[in-house]
Design a protein around this ligand. Structure first.
Ligand SMILES: [Zn+2]
Ligand SMILES: [Zn+2]
Length: 434
């Protein structure tokens, strides 16, 4: 009798395991509403308590506590505040990495939401508001939800799952290093050997839609800083000095001719923007120093080198013309490579995303000039990075985008993101066998 029960048990196990992906998807559908209630609660909490890069202490603790409560193996303090969770599956298979970023931005929230952030901090010497203006609160909460579902069903998982909660995607404080690059430098992928990496980003695109561009998808991002030194004088006697603000004005105009007049962008898009201009303390003092800081977005390393040269040329010319001393620095706060969605992996996994979103899937064609340090992970192993539409249902007009003080995430759109990550995780080991 005992033998029969054991055999029946084994048979049942085999049957369950064979159809495991399909079964788990049905289970997920049944639990989705309950799980999403928690995800939304976590997101609102994280949204209300945003933290800048490498300072995500509260967020990291919340995540680590949650993962531990699920009996997941947890590592903390990776690249300052990074957290990982490792779920060992009950069945043989590859390790799949899923990544969410945790940091917020120095932006004063103007959404008027009941759970809007009121947090302030000091950033680059200024008193600023802090806001999850890029939606990383949604990424954190969704991956916590994914963790809960996968941990609960770990004995049916083919292979293992590495959950990566990454700090400082928006860049680390100067001189600190951080983000994906630092997590990798600290041996993350050597320790867990993932075979693929998946990630998502919320965006102001149609509700619940997943957009993915195969191949080079998002730009490389470099920062530049130009320092201008003049000779200080009284505002009433400018002839006594050399005005760095005049040189700054000329530089801004000239920088805007790099893309429009100096380089060939027919095959390779590029952007040069000025984001910060600093000079002066008072209306009637011409200062000694001024500074310009900006970003460069490219898809082609040669074109990037050309842009660097053009900026150096411009600075040299204006220094001679104005008598100021001008220095140019590139990538002082790190450099993000192009984010590439592995074309073969895309072909293999596309059907999962179509299924997860019930057809709300768009193969995106245009390169995106936004940048992502997910690119570092996707340089190590094949990766897919998709955008999730978080506009309100039915909204067709352009909504405030990522980094806007008005950027909002519709909670009801997040289940498509959660399902997409889980479907990719369940389907990858099956596809790999074929
Ligand atoms: Zn961002
Ligand atoms: Zn972001």
């Amino acid at each position: 009798m005992k033998k029969i029960i054991v055999s029946l048990g084994l048979l049942l196990m085999v049957l369950t395991f064979n159809g495991h992906a399909a079964n788990l998807k049905t289970d997920l559908d049944a639990e989705l509403d309950t799980l999403m209630e928690k995800v939304i609660e976590w997101r609102h909490d994280v949204h209300q308590h945003p933290e800048l890069g490498n300072r995500e202490f509260r967020t990291a603790k919340k995540i680590a506590d949650h993962l531990r409560s699920l009996n997941i193996k947890v590592e903390t303090g990776i690249a300052y505040t990074g957290v990982t969770g490792y779920i060992e599956g009950g069945l043989e298979g590859p390790t799949i990495a899923l990544r969410a970023d945790m940091d917020a931005l120095p932006v004063e929230e103007k959404t008027g939401l009941s759970y809007a952030s009121k947090v302030r901090t000091s950033y680059l010497g200024n008193d600023v508001g802090v806001m999850h203006a890029c939606g990383h609160d949604a990424h954190v909460a969704v991956l916590m939800g994914v963790a809960e579902f996968l941990a609960k069903n770990r004995r049916f998982l083919k292979g293992n799952v590495l959950l990566i909660f990454q700090p400082a995607e928006e860049g680390a404080p100067e001189g600190e290093g951080g983000g994906a690059k630092m997590m990798l430098a600290e041996g993350l992928f050597e320790r867990y050997s993932p075979e693929v990496v998946f990630g998502m980003h919320v965006a102001n695109i149609p509700h619940g839609y997943v957009f993915l561009k195969p191949g080079p998808a998002m730009a490389a991002s470099s920062a530049y800083r130009i320092k201008i030194k003049g000779v200080q004088s009284h505002g009433s006697r400018p002839w006594d000095g050399i005005d760095p603000i005049m040189a700054t004005a000329q530089l801004i105009s000239a920088l805007n001719t790099v893309v429009s007049r100096r380089i060939n962008i027919i095959n390779n898009p590029a952007v040069v923007s000025v984001g910060i201009v600093k000079a002066g303390t008072r209306n009637n003092i011409i200062p000694e120093d001024a500074e310009i800081i900006g970003t460069i977005r490219t898809f082609d390393p040669e074109l990037r080198a050309e842009i660097y040269d053009e900026i150096r040329q411009i600075a040299k010319g204006i220094a001679v013309g104005t008598g100021t001393k001008i220095t140019v620095e590139f990538d002082f706060s790190g450099f993000y490579p192009v984010t590439v969605n592995d074309p073969e992996l895309y072909q293999a996994m596309k059907a999962s995303l179509v299924e997860a979103t019930k057809g709300q899937f768009v193969e995106w064609k245009d390169p995106i000039t936004g940048a992502e340090d997910f690119s570092f992970f996707a340089q190590e192993v094949p990766g897919l990075y998709f955008s999730l539409g978080v506009n309100k249902k039915g909204v067709t007009e352009l909504q405030p985008g990522n980094h806007s003080p008005y950027f909002t995430v519709d909670d009801d759109a997040l289940d498509e993101g959660l399902k997409s990550l889980i479907y990719l995780t369940l389907d990858y080991p099956e596809i790999q066998k074929n």
